[in-house]
Design a protein around this ligand. Structure first.
Ligand SMILES: [Zn+2]
Length: 680
């Protein structure tokens, strides 16, 4: 279950395939989309509105989406390509067992067999419920918990591989906190109406799910209360989202003997045996206090309460793979209530997404073969080189940083490892048994593969070739322990990356994305890791103090960004991403200007200078409309700010923006000198 957690920083971008764009300009290349601008808005007043306001007005968020922009639209359209791949595989009657075609074809085919899935109702879950019921004591129950960990149900903790932050070439065993059904601890503990409302809805939702599973109203409602009480105690012992951004907060090397003392009522010998991990393994416990609470409940809570808790988390975890009533109730809470979407995505799309989640490198291999030309990789490598050079120049130009710290920063720039497109070595799914007539079992087999694939890394040297995202994924990330920036094939598509657009537009979109990921190596979190990925300070005291004061400016800036009355961003939660956006925009701008050296100045297009085109490209790429419910979720738990502030926030700090648009010093898009943030 660690595949997601390994993605240290994700900058959401899109899906689809690509072709190279030309650095040399010709008049046939297009600029930004002038029709998407809101010309009634002033660029110096509200650049988010000016750059993409008309597009948002003309393109309301579809019922099944929680946010929408041209890049999200492109991401959804790209799923048609994935559909073509899985449908072709599905129709291939000669695919040999274990082949890529057979695995993704039969998985998708079984998923699409909705009448069979509906006819089975909750039958597939009954076997698991019986197993839980059969546990006669705590030891037996713990074995069921271990079985659930094998299928990615983290009750109440999870277990997997994690790079040792002090020796990143080595993979530790790691015990993490899990076990909550609401998005995070604050939902259980905070008094605000939105959290209180969510708790009430959650209890109703758990009750409804148990009723669908055949329980009467009274037992279902009682079970929901038990779950709320159990999870509230676990939440009290959990770290919040801000604390979780601090690498030291989850860094607790622990021996097996210490683990036995920390949580004596868990039979760790049996657990490790079950997971086939030797007890002398190097081990980390993310949240010791959480494990103590697990232990307390293991000792004190009645076995019957634990059984209810396990049944709920099983049901919750697999609901979207069961019959229609479960899918709909799951969507009513997680989709409609929490995110604000009003309609489920069509089944084919959910099945494509599920195939990508579990067999992403099988689907991704086909995708990359078809849609990712080598020229795109070459172009991307060149862009990354240019952006790294701009970052290097920028750091060297900083008067506040000593030569000593600069030298260490240069070492880190030198070891940056860009991964582009898809892995060199693909995961081998050939031994996974997938049947056309057994969707639930297929889904379980896929989850077991994911878990075993992760578990197999424990106690070994890290495999630098592994990817934390699948090739078609609409995302990019930085991993500080490997000092790597990763851009799946899916990123290299318009409107991020467009072979038919002028450089100003590409630098303003994909260029800022690349700059953002590079900057994560030097944000408040990434800067704590050295050139070898070790969690080790490489700054002089004075430089670190200066850097932290600069970061504090960004914290203060985002603390003042509201999504609605009384709800604002938490600067410390979004600090890393906001440093990434600020520095990303800046170094992409510098790289763009550097690319123009020795060439004739590009022409104005659509009445905009090249510099203005650059900034509009960022505003249009990043121009999401986001549902209010999703904004609330983001403000609470997402380290990324909402799109509006990812445009306004960084640009209002940049003198280059002010100059490009000739904004007055007191314009809303120009932060006053005393409040202007400048990190990189
Ligand atoms: Zn990021």
């Amino acid at each position: 279950m660690r595949t997601l957690r390994d993605s240290f920083c994700a900058l959401l971008v899109l899906l689809i395939a690509a072709a190279p764009f030309a650095l040399s300009q010709t008049s046939s290349l297009h600029g930004i989309d002038p029709a998407d601008l809101d010309r009634k808005a002033e660029p110096c007043d509200d650049f988010f509105q000016f750059s993409n306001g008309t597009w948002r007005t003309n393109n309301p968020i579809p019922a099944s989406m929680d946010r929408w922009s041209k890049r999200w639209q492109a991401g959804e359209v790209a799923k048609d390509k994935l559909r073509d791949i899985v449908e072709a595989a599905s129709a291939d009657k000669n695919a040999s067992p274990g082949s890529t075609e057979q695995i993704i074809g039969d998985y998708y085919g079984a998923c699409m067999d909705e009448s069979r899935v509906n006819a089975r109702g909750m039958d597939p879950v009954k076997k698991w419920f019986a197993k839980i019921d059969a546990a006669g004591d705590s030891a037996a129950l713990q074995q069921v918990m271990a079985d659930m960990h094998d299928i990615l149900v983290p009750v109440p903790f999870d277990f997997g591989g994690r790079q040792d932050p002090h020796k990143p070439s080595w993979v530790l065993a790691d015990l993490g906190a899990g076990g909550l059904g609401l998005p995070d601890r604050d939902y259980y503990l905070k008094p605000e109406a939105r959290f209180k409302g969510a708790r009430e809805k959650y209890v109703e939702h758990v009750t409804a799910m148990f009723k669908l599973a055949g329980w009467d109203q009274k037992s279902a409602a009682g079970a929901a209360q038990t779950i709320m009480a159990t999870e509230t105690k676990l939440a009290e012992a959990s770290l919040d989202n801000v604390a979780l951004r601090d690498p030291a907060a989850t860094d607790h090397n622990t021996t097996f003997a210490q683990l036995q003392v920390l949580a004596p009522h868990v039979d760790w010998i049996a657990y490790f045996k079950h997971e086939q991990i030797p007890t002398d393994v190097d081990l980390n416990v993310d949240q010791p206090r959480f494990m103590q609470e697990v232990d307390r409940q293991m000792q004190q809570a009645p076995l019957a309460d634990w059984k209810v808790y396990l049944k709920w988390h099983l049901l919750n975890s697999v609901a979207s793979s069961l019959s229609a009533p479960f899918v709909e109730e799951d969507f009513a809470f997680n989709g409609k209530y929490l995110s604000g979407t009003t309609e489920l995505k069509p089944r084919w799309k959910r099945c494509v997404e599920s195939t990508d989640r579990l067999f992403g490198e099988a689907l991704g291999k086909k995708y990359a073969e078809k849609y990712f030309p080598p020229e795109a990789k070459a172009r991307m490598q060149e862009m990354v080189r240019n952006l790294l050079a701009a970052m290097r120049d920028d750091i060297l130009s900083r008067p506040w940083m000593s030569d000593d710290t600069k030298e260490k920063a240069m070492a880190k720039i030198a070891t940056f490892n860009p991964k582009i497109g898809y892995p060199d070595k693909w995961k081998d799914y050939s031994h996974v048994e997938i049947r056309r007539d057994a969707f639930f079992e297929d889904m379980i087999a896929g989850r077991k593969f994911v878990e075993q694939d992760n578990r197999a890394t424990i106690g070994k040297t890290v495999d630098r070739g592994r990817w934390g995202m699948t090739p078609p994924t609409s995302n990019a990330y930085y991993n500080p322990l490997l000092n790597e920036i990763v851009f799946p094939a899916g990123i290299l598509q318009p409107p991020a990356f467009d072979m038919n657009a002028v450089d100003a537009v590409n630098y303003g979109a994909i260029g800022v994305v690349i700059g953002h990921e590079i900057s994560h190596g030097f944000d408040d979190e990434g800067a704590q890791y050295d050139y070898l990925g070790r969690l080790r300070n490489w700054w002089t005291d004075a430089d670190l103090k200066d850097f932290q004061a600069r970061a504090a400016c960004v914290v203060d800036q985002f603390d003042h960004y509201y999504i609605e009355k009384d709800i604002h961003h938490t600067g410390k939660l979004v600090l890393g991403e906001s440093i990434g956006d600020l520095a990303g925009a800046r170094i992409a701008y510098l790289a763009y200007h550097k690319s123009l050296e020795g060439k004739p100045r590009p022409a104005d297009l659509d009445g905009f200078t090249p510099e203005q085109q650059f900034f509009i490209a960022w505003g249009q790429f990043r121009g999401d409309e986001t549902r209010p419910e999703t904004q609330r979720l983001m403000v609470q738990g997402d380290p990324h700010p909402v799109a509006k502030y990812r445009v306004i926030g960084p640009l209002s700090n940049l003198p280059e923006f002010q100059k490009a648009w000739s904004c007055k010093a007191d314009a809303p898009m120009v932060r006053p000198e005393s409040k202007r943030c400048d990190v990189w």
